[in-house]
Design a protein around this ligand. Structure first.
Ligand SMILES: NC(=O)CC[C@H](N)C(=O)O
Length: 197
């Protein structure tokens, strides 16, 4: 790619600003994406944390669900955190009746999996593909990955549960690296976008 790739952050709902800041710190050009025309202009996309049921509803409302599915199917690099991981799952174990996902990763996820006692916590997570020691994982009513298909690479586990995966150009983590000031995961994703260009 001759020019610096442009990375979008899906800005329907969730912690958009934190991802934009983290991407900029990782050396990427980044901007919010709300409309199909904006999606067409980016080389990669981050789907933030937030509330996956709301995000699903808004994606429909904004006419984004099909364009998102098409881009992901076509191999656009995409990185989902928390609710974003749920949006990238081919299947949710316990969806709300009207809840749909973009899909792209052959996995089944369980929403709010870590339970009430432990709705939010931090833990050091050893993440395959990120050098320099574990990342600080911030888990906020986080999902885990219940099962994965043969093409999905497991990148991290916490407490015996899968919390980070990659399939092709789709990366997903249960936790929120955008909240830690450690930009290694955003750097990894930025490299994925550059390599795909
Ligand atoms: N921090 C988050 O993104 C929480 C995810 C939320 N529990 C959901 O199901 O969408």
């Amino acid at each position: 790619m001759g020019r610096e790739p442009m990375i979008g952050v899906l800005a329907l709902q969730g912690d958009v600003r934190e991802h934009l800041t983290a991407l900029a710190a990782a050396g990427a050009a980044a901007g919010p994406v709300r409309r199909p025309e904006e999606l067409a202009g980016v080389d990669g996309l981050v789907i933030p944390g937030g509330e996956s049921t709301t995000m699903s509803k808004l994606a429909h409302l904004f006419g984004m669900m099909e364009p998102l599915r098409e881009r992901v199917r076509a191999g656009m690099p995409v990185y989902g955190t928390c609710a974003g991981l749920i949006m990238l799952a081919d299947k949710i174990l316990d969806p709300r009746s009207d809840q749909e996902t973009i899909g792209g990763i052959d996995m089944i996820v369980r929403r709010n999996a870590f339970g009430r006692q432990n709705e939010s916590f931090e833990a050091a997570v050893e993440l395959t593909g990120v050098d320099g020691g574990p990342v600080e994982g911030v888990f906020i009513r986080a999902p885990w990955v219940e099962s994965t298909g043969a093409d999905v690479r497991i990148l991290a586990q916490h407490g015996g549960h899968v919390v980070a995966v990659r399939q092709g150009n789709a990366l997903a983590t249960s936790f929120h690296p955008e909240l830690t000031g450690d930009h290694r995961v955003h750097r990894l994703f930025t490299e994925m976008v550059r390599d795909a260009g």
